[in-house]
Every structure is written in C-alpha cells, then in structure tokens.
Design a protein around this ligand. Structure first.
Ligand code: AMP
Ligand code: ZN
Length: 468
C-alpha cells in the first residue's frame, strides 16, 4: 500500500517495522464538548485506514487519546460550577455515542492524559536530565533550538519560525521558540504533584508519553488533521526523539480540512455543525459516506446538498441489501439473466476496490466501486427470483466491501424500516379519521425519502424508489 508521508512529502510504500503488525497513533479530541463534523473527519478516515490494514491481515494496535485536562476543559467546568473530570467524563461518553453511530470502532486503547501523569512526569524528567528541558518558576520548557531536527515535519527552517507571529513571548522562557512541557498550577486549578511543584502537563507532551507507553519508542503511523502538523506534531517529534534518541513515527498522515463556505470548520470560528445535530437531520451513516466521498488530503465542503446526496446514495445501498435479504427468505428459483456473470466478476471488483485503497487510501474511488456493484446487483436481482447460493455470495461480497469502509446500511436499514412502517400507520389512521390533508402530507414526506406507496386490496405496500 502507498501512503503520502508528510515527513518526506512523497507517496511511499507502507512497510511496517515489524512484519504483520502495525502501530498507529492518532490525536484524539479534547473533551469539553460534543465533537463537530471537522473533528469527525480524522476519526472516520483513520478508522478506515485501520480497518483496511486489518482487512489485509495485519494486526493493528491503534491508540487514540483523550485530552481530558486543558484550559478549555477547566473553563467549561468553571462555567458550569463543576469539576474538570465531570466535564471530561461526560464528553468521553458522548464521544463514544457519536463514534458508534458513525461506525468508528473503539481504538485498541483510548488513553487519557490524567491517567498517564506518572508517565508524563517521567518523560519530562528524562528531557531535563538530557538538557533538553529546563524548569522556570514551576513551569518546565523544551529547549527547541537544542533539538537539531526541529521543523523537519512542517518543512520550516528554524529561522522562519523565529520570525513567525505565532510564537508567544513569555519571560520565563530562555527563547521564544521554547514550548511548555509542564505548567505550574494557577490558584483554583486542578493539579498534580511533580518534582517542579504542583501543576499539570502541557498538551504536546501527553501524546509523546502515551505513544511511548502504549506503542513503544518508534511507531509506524502517526496521524491527525493538517492543523496539528505544526506545532503539535513537530513538538511531539522533538520531545520523543530527544528522549529516546530514536525515530518517533515513520509515516505521518494528515487529513485536509472539512470546510464550510470554503473556510475551515472550527469551534473558534463558530461555523461548526456538531455530529450529534447533523446526525439527527441526516442519520449517522450518511455522514460517514459523505466523509468518504472525497480523498482525505483534499478539502471537503460541508453542504446540505452533499449530505442529501449521501443520504440518497445510502438508500440505494440499502435497497441492494434488503432486496438480497428478501431473496434469501423467498422461494428459490433459477438465477436471473446476468447473475452468474456478475458473480464471476466479484474478484475483479475486489481488485479495483483494493487498488483504490492501496493508492493512499482513495476512499472516493473505493466508494465508486461499491456503487457500481450496487447498480449491477440491483439491475440483475431486483424483482427476480434466484438461487440461494448466488444470493448468499452476493450479500457476503457486498458486506465484505462495506465493512472495510465501515458502512452498515443494513443496521440503519432496520431502524429505517421501522420508521417508515410507523409513518405508514400514521397515514392509515389519518385516512380513517378522514384527515386527508395529513394523509397526503405523510405520503409526500415518504416520497421525499424515496418511499413509494401502493394502495392494494391487501392493504398498503411500500417500496423504495428505483435508483437512476
Ligand atoms: P481538537 O479536538 O480540536 O484537538 O481536534 C481533534 C481532531 O480534529 C484533530 O486531528 C484536528 O486536526 C481535527 N480537526 C479539527 N477541525 C478540523 C476540520 N475543520 N477539518 C478536518 N479536521 C479537523
Ligand atoms: Zn497529539
């Protein structure tokens, strides 16, 4: 498989350090709120990467942290008159609710900063002993200039960084380029005891300490959104490599932004949509499909139109599944025309699907392969009888490819069925009560969702609109 490595700025063949095993670390959310669609992009993309590597037979150890202590968590706790851990507990739970809905598998380990304080202190101490860190009035800073490779990930020479506007001036620092590893506690803030006094860890150090604890000194893949490349990931490299003297991550993967009106979706700009709210409107699975419809290194624009399209596409996928499931329960008959040929072409479909995934995780092309297959399955099987073995093979193959992308329309399909049945019942009741206006409104609503109603002598039947 080829992946684009931000470190070398090239597409490279991915070869894990230990054959057959992959060690992956992805920066997780700061848990002071629900996560938004922009945050969901790396969570979904790197979940797909992990799923694909597992599909290829590799054993993946995937670590994604929770930043459960920082200024934002503390601020939120103060606003609500509660403690930081109540806030982080709540939003970790909410993370798992949305992640589950989006089909994001739990990581192998979800370490939290506050559960790794000992490890963090040990790392800071090593850096201090090696002369890479210094204490200043209860804080501890990293001596950036001492680390020779600084800037290698974001491809910035140190001189450019010196004149950079982002560097904050702080008189405790020896050099404006230095960054905090440990922060002295301010009055009223939560703190942990340390050799430098009471305080809490800086953000960058938690990832270095936790990657080392759960994956070791050198890991295969480190990932996150492109905004993390500098300074967060640059600082992680400096800390980890200064500490161990070994390369930290071998492949660095960064996703492009999810935008809205061509601006980065972010909490600070206020132009964000929470996954929770978007899911209420469109359903979780369409959000996932939307995210996979573009290559992860291309910006992706969030719009109602694209989400409606994803929803409609998912309905086509659902039709293919429910029709095959229906055939499996129906009486067996001869295969319809084209079925044998279609089944014989599954290996070629698989090859094209994998080719797309092997090309730097081109999920957009992989999704197209699935929808080509769906179109053929619907053409060959909808409204016909078939041999059970052929139907089974088709269902298994469609499931195999969908699983790699974490698409499970069957599961949402079941709830969809229940929802539609309920609406049909409401409509029947309205008609009985001679409330035709309401009955028509329900029919229109169903129609907008691609559900066609047929009034038959046996009662109302429904089917999904044929795909175009
Ligand atoms: P945060 O909780 O802000 O640290 O972000 C968690 C993850 O979301 C990081 O990997 C960020 O790079 C990523 N992220 C934040 N906003 C966006 C966005 N608009 N598009 C893509 N990724 C984003
Ligand atoms: Zn990180």
């Amino acid at each position: 498989m080829k992946v684009y490595n931000s470190l070398t700025r090239k597409k490279e063949e991915f070869i894990p350090l230990t054959p057959g095993e992959v060690k992956m670390y992805s920066c997780g959310p700061t848990v002071y709120n629900y996560f938004h669609m922009g945050n969901a992009r790396p969570f979904i993309i790197f979940d797909v990467l992990r799923r694909y590597l597992e599909y290829c037979g590799l054993k993946v150890t995937f670590v994604q942290n929770f930043t459960d202590i920082d200024d934002k968590v503390i601020k939120r706790a103060n606003e609500e008159g509660t403690t930081y851990d109540k806030i982080s507990e709540r939003y970790i739970e909410e993370y798992f609710t949305d992640a589950k809905g989006l089909g994001i598998k739990p990581a192998t380990v979800h370490p939290r900063a506050t559960e790794n304080i000992e490890e963090i202190i040990k790392t800071v101490k090593t850096l201090e002993d090696k002369g890479y860190a210094y204490a200043a009035d209860g804080d501890v800073y990293f001596r950036t200039r001492k680390f020779e490779g600084y800037g290698k990930l974001s491809h910035q020479p140190i001189e450019d960084l010196e004149s950079g506007a982002r560097i904050d001036v702080n008189e405790k620092k020896e050099d404006p380029l230095d960054f905090a590893l440990w922060k002295a506690a301010k009055p009223g803030e939560p703190f942990w005891e340390s050799p430098w006094g009471n305080g809490r860890p800086g953000w960058h150090i938690e990832c270095s300490a936790m990657a080392n604890r759960y994956l070791g000194e050198t890991i295969d893949i480190h990932s996150g959104g492109i905004d993390l490349c500098f300074p967060h990931h640059e600082n992680e490299i400096a800390q980890s490599e200064a500490c161990s003297g070994k390369p930290f991550a071998r492949y660095w993967m960064h996703n492009a932004f999810l935008t809205i009106d061509n601006q980065k979706m972010s909490k600070s700009l206020g132009n964000f949509f929470m996954v929770r709210d978007a899911a209420k409107q469109y359903g979780y699975q369409p959000l996932r499909l939307f995210m996979l419809s573009a290559h992860y290194r291309s910006p992706l624009n969030f719009s109602a139109e694209s989400l409606e399209q994803a929803k409609a596409a998912l309905l086509r996928l659902h039709t293919a599944f429910s029709n095959l499931e229906f055939l499996l329960e129906s009486e067996e008959s001869e295969n319809p025309e084209g079925a044998d040929k279609l089944i014989a072409s599954f290996p070629a479909y698989r090859e094209r699907f994998c080719e797309a995934m092997e090309d730097d995780l081109n999920t957009a092309d992989a999704v197209s392969v699935i929808f080509e297959l769906v179109r053929e399955l619907n053409t060959v099987f909808v409204g016909k009888g078939a041999q059970k073995a052929s139907v089974r093979a088709s269902l298994d193959f469609l499931t195999e490819l969908c699983d790699v992308l974490g698409l499970s329309p069957q599961k949402e399909g079941k709830t969809l069925d229940a929802e539609i049945e309920a609406l049909i019942e409401d409509r029947a009741r309205a008609r009985k009560e001679k409330n035709f206006k309401e009955a028509d409104r329900i029919r229109d609503e169903l129609k907008a969702r691609g559900v066609i109603l047929e009034d038959t002598p046996q009662g109302v039947r429904w089917h999904l609109q044929e795909s175009k």
